[in-house]
Each structure stands twice: as structure tokens, then as C-alpha cells.
Design a protein around this ligand. Structure first.
Ligand SMILES: Nc1ncnc2c1ncn2[C@@H]1O[C@H](COP(=O)(O)OP(=O)(O)OP(=O)(O)O)[C@@H](O)[C@H]1O
Length: 297
């Protein structure tokens, strides 16, 4: 099933280019992480996907239609972010009742059970909730609506660590109960990696990579060994980062371009270490001079 397709998508805010010629496709029911550093363009891309804003150039198709101001795609889409707001005349319980009339797949019992678990008082107004409770309410709202295209933009912001762990499980369980396409933009990649199938990595408005979690995990590798041996590798391999301490250096390289076997590396006194998916994303968006320690040197 084609869900989202975009080609040569660009978005400018005045002179600021938030997205530059983004081409990507997401098909089928899966949970995809939208990852990137601050200002990478994640929210902008998600707002274009949801039809809330219009691209400056390029095309975007959601379920084969342009989502911008499109009532048909909007009926199958929900975007949850920290800007979500409701009338101050409504209690949380009123909001749930109204949503049940609006979303055909709405799961009211589940909403009540999850909010009770989080000890959220349904008599209060949305604006009266603490930051963490508001985030919980929003995620619950976004999940129990069971829209075919569900977008969660920084859904866990403000939640404490224990409840974040709970809600990653909630997302996964809800996905299993009612498979759909879920996009999650987050800076907490390490904690949510286990529920993701794919990652779309953005950097400065461009897509750096779109790959499965397993492909990403294998993409980069860390090598540590004597300076002179590492220098030899640096001469022919693109290096993502290098740290030297006394006569030992560590480098991050593309695992697919490293033509040496484990035994050959060992013979040169070089050890290899796998990286976490989160570290791979960090190094793929690493830039020369972006070492915080350099500020203090
Ligand atoms: N309404 C706006 N007006 C002007 N510039 C904007 C607007 N929204 C976003 N931008 C700019 O577009 C760029 C991308 O912003 P965006 O919010 O999409 O990034 P992000 O990856 O979601 O960032 P973060 O992780 O910090 O939330 C940034 O440079 C931002 O300043």
C-alpha cells in the first residue's frame, strides 16, 4: 500500500530553507522514526505530510492525493505535537466524547483505561494539565483515534522516564492491535529504537538516509588501534570522526567500504566495535568542528 510519496520537496520560510529537494516514499503499515538534529526539518516535513502546510516546491502524495487542505486525506490522518490544543470550555472527558463522534475507529474504553493508569483527572481542562500529563493525553488521543496515517511529533516530551518506557509499549501494542503507518519524530532514538522498523534521517533539510534499523546499525563501525595503522586506513576511507589519545586513535568509518577482514584488522592491532543506531545517526550528521570540547580548548 502506497502511503506517502514525495518528490523534490522544498520548503522555505522567507530566506530560510527548512527542506531541500526531499524525495522519499513510505509504504505499508510500519513504525518509522523521523530522526535528525534540532532544526533538521522534521516538523516541517511532518506538517507537509499531514496537509497542515504547503511545500514551496515539489510534490507530496498521501494515499495518492495531495494532502494540503484535503478533507479526504485529513479523515485518515492525525498529527499529534505539543501545539495540540482544545477549547478551554471542554473538560478532558468532553474532548474524548467529541472525538468518539469524529473518528470512526475511536477506542473510548482504551482511552479511559490509559488515562486512568496515568492518573489523569478527566474533569480538568487540557490547559490545566502538567506538561507530562498533557503529553500523555495527546499520545493517547493520537493512538486511540486509530487513523491509518498517524504522526507523533516529539510525543514523549515532558514525560518522565518510566512513563516514556510505558508509552513506547503502548504505541507498539496499539500498532499490533490495529496496524497502521505511524511516523514518530523524536530525539530519544535510543529508547524507542526497539519499536521502529525504519528510520528517515534528516540533516539540514535533506534526507541523509532512509533505511531499516538493521541496515543502519551495520552502516558504520568504530575502529581503534595504533595511530600509524589508523593513518593508513584514513588515507583511503572516508572518516566520519576521529579521536586520538597518546598513540591510540579511534575512527568511525563506513563498514561497507572497509575491505579488511576481522583477522587482517587484528593483525594490525585494530579492534572493531559496533555502534548503536543512535550513534550511527549522530555520526552520519556529524560535522567537522562540531566537537563541543573544542569550545573549551
Ligand atoms: N514558521 C516558521 N517560520 C520560520 N522558520 C521556521 C518556521 N518553522 C520552522 N522554521 C525553520 O525551519 C527549520 C526547520 O525547522 P523544523 O521545526 O522543521 O526542524 P525540526 O527538525 O523539527 O527541529 P527540532 O528538532 O528542533 O524541533 C529551522 O531552521 C526553523 O528555524
Amino acid at each position: 500500500m502506497k502511503v506517502i510519496r514525495c518528490e523534490q520537496l522544498s520548503k522555505s520560510y522567507g530566506h530560510r530553507q527548512a527542506l531541500q529537494q526531499v524525495t522519499c516514499a513510505i509504504d505499508g503499515q510500519k513504525i518509522v522514526g523521523i530522526i535528525g538534529r534540532n532544526g533538521a526539518g522534521k516538523s516541517t516535513l511532518l506538517h507537509i505530510f499531514s496537509g497542515h502546510i504547503k511545500a514551496t516546491n515539489g510534490t507530496c502524495q498521501l494515499f495518492d492525493q495531495n494532502p494540503f487542505n484535503n478533507i479526504r486525506t485529513a479523515a485518515n490522518t492525525i498529527l499529534i505535537d505539543d501545539q495540540l490544543s482544545f477549547s478551554n470550555y471542554l473538560s478532558l472527558s468532553d474532548i474524548l466524547t467529541m472525538a468518539a463522534d469524529f473518528y470512526p475507529n475511536w477506542q473510548n474504553d482504551l482511552a479511559y483505561r490509559l488515562l486512568q493508569y496515568a492518573e489523569i483527572d478527566l474533569a480538568v481542562k487540557h490547559q490545566q494539565l502538567s506538561k507530562g500529563h498533557r503529553a500523555i493525553f495527546n499520545v493517547v488521543y493520537g493512538l486511540v483515534a486509530r487513523c491509518a496515517f498517524t504522526i507523533l511529533d516529539e510525543p514523549m516530551n515532558g514525560m518522565d522516564e518510566a512513563i516514556r518506557q510505558d508509552f513506547y509499549r503502548v504505541i507498539l501494542k496499539e500498532y499490533i492491535a490495529f496496524p497502521r503507518t505511524i511516523l514518530i519524530a523524536s530525539h530519544h532514538l535510543q529508547e524507542m529504537e526497539t519499536i521502529l522498523e525504519e528510520i528517515l534521517l534528516l540533516h539540514k533539510g535533506k534526507i541523509i538516509t532512509h533505511a531499516t534499523i538493521d541496515e543502519l546499525r551495520e552502516q558504520l563501525i568504530s575502529l581503534t588501534g595504533p595511530n600509524e595503522e589508523i593513518d593508513v586506513l584514513c588515507a583511503y576511507l572516508p572518516i566520519y570522526a576521529r579521536k586520538t589519545m597518546a598513540n591510540l586513535s579511534s575512527i568511525i568509518v563506513d563498514a561497507y567500504q572497509l575491505k579488511l577482514s576481522h583477522e587482517e584488522l587484528q593483525a594490525r592491532g585494530i579492534t572493531q566495535t559496533a555502534l548503536s543506531v543512535s550513534d550511527v545517526c549522530k555520526y552520519l550528521t556529524y560535522e567537522e568542528g562540531s566537537d563541543i570540547d573544542a569550545i573549551f580548548d
